[in-house]
Design a protein around this ligand. Structure first.
Ligand code: SF4
Length: 373
């Protein structure tokens, strides 16, 4: 395919410059930005407010959508997983999670992942490549259009979580640019305050994130309370061990806004990291660093060939109670979309489970025409 610019990855000022290089006035750039990011159009043909000749010129040099849908899966709990592919045929997965108060979209920052967390299916793909800003933004546009209808106003706003495939902080600059594009009030208008990025613990990027005024929330995937166990479960720990990681978290705490807390994610693996002793070690670790974070306990999502089982619900409750008895706020996160390989740590481009035969026609008549899948 000819090398064309993906306009979904350009900020509004960049699009204005782009329009000007094509001999067009600045407002054309703003029009294209709004068409993509506000009306969520995914082709120049749909931008009928632009002159036809200009649309033709644009199509020769640029595109507004590079990801194509390969399959779409629906969980019993309403979660949707989209398996898309890039121009160069690499898998990209995005998950839409309907919730009572506000829906959530979980996006990927890389195709595959270079980190080798042993409880995660994505690790088995290895790193295929990092995604561009445009490919990150496109995932959100796609999921919103599918869930609510193309361009239809999002009823209650959405939350974004960067917890899909990949380590977001190994793709830091494109990710931050994508968040800036999505925050624009003339576009998607999803502000950083609605976004949480989860890292396995890339310490320099945690430090860098703390210096960014308009930054998203931070979550750290911990999985173990000791270096010995964490080295085994999350080998990135050998590069940035717990003491260094938690010192960076403590430093990050200074950048927290009133009422903001960051989160530790703790995957619960039966018989591996879920004993009372582990709970005490975890509480002591966080208390020793004076961190007033909350801990999300995530029962492991089993998937062949991962060697783990989820902790028993009673074990999870005891673990939680022990943390709370030591002053740590702990929550149990219910798994979503397990049956379609959409839950935490399950994204590995699996081509299984039911494929929706068609979209829900009741919500929006135009949806099928725009997304004939
Ligand atoms: S848990 Fe996250 S960082 Fe670890 S291998 Fe999976 S996708 Fe990568």
């Amino acid at each position: 395919m000819k090398d064309v610019v993906n306009l979904a990855g350009l900020t509004e000022p960049e699009l204005i410059s782009f329009a000007e290089t094509l001999g067009e006035p600045a407002y054309r750039g703003r029009q294209i930005f709004a068409a993509m990011q506000h009306r969520r159009l995914r082709s120049f043909d749909q931008m009928t407010d632009l002159p036809k000749a200009f649309r033709e010129k644009l199509s020769e040099q640029a595109t507004v959508a590079t990801l194509t849908l390969e399959s779409r899966y629906l969980s019993e709990d309403g979660t949707r997983r989209y398996l898309m592919k890039t121009n160069d045929n690499l898998p990209v997965e995005t998950v839409f999670i309907p919730e009572e108060r506000r829906d959530t979209i979980c996006f990927s920052s890389q195709s595959g992942c270079p980190l080798q967390c042993t409880f995660c299916l994505t690790a088995q793909l290895g790193l295929l490549r990092s995604l561009s800003s445009g490919e990150i933004v496109e995932q959100i546009i796609f999921a919103l259009n599918d869930a609510y209808g193309p361009g239809v106003k999002v009823p209650r706003g959405v939350n974004l979580v960067g917890m899909g495939a990949g380590e977001p902080f190994l793709n830091f600059d494109p990710l931050m640019k994508a968040l800036r594009i999505m925050a624009n009030p003339e576009g998607l208008f999803i502000v950083p305050n609605r976004v949480t990025i989860s890292t396995a613990g890339i310490v320099p990027r945690i430090q860098e994130l703390a210096t960014i005024a308009d930054r998203p929330h931070l979550a750290i995937s911990l999985a173990a309370p000791t270096d010995e166990l964490r080295d085994e479960l999350m080998p990135i720990n050998k590069r940035w061990p717990l003491e260094e990681l938690l010192a960076a978290c403590k430093e990050f705490e200074k950048s927290l806004k009133p009422g903001e807390r960051f989160t530790f994610e703790y995957v619960m693996l039966d018989g591996i990291n879920d004993s009372d002793q582990h709970a005490r070690q975890l509480a002591n670790l966080l208390n020793r660093h004076g961190l007033s974070a909350k801990v999300n306990l995530i029962p492991h999502n089993p998937a062949d060939p991962l060697p783990y089982l989820p902790s028993h619900p009673e074990r999870v409750e005891s673990f939680k109670a022990l943390l709370e008895s030591k002053g740590i706020h702990a929550f149990v996160r219910q798994p979503r979309g397990r049956d379609i390989y959409a839950a935490c740590g399950q994204l590995a481009a699996r081509r299984e489970k039911l494929i929706l035969p068609q979209l829900d026609e009741n919500r929006n008549q135009d949806r099928k025409a725009a997304f004939p899948i």
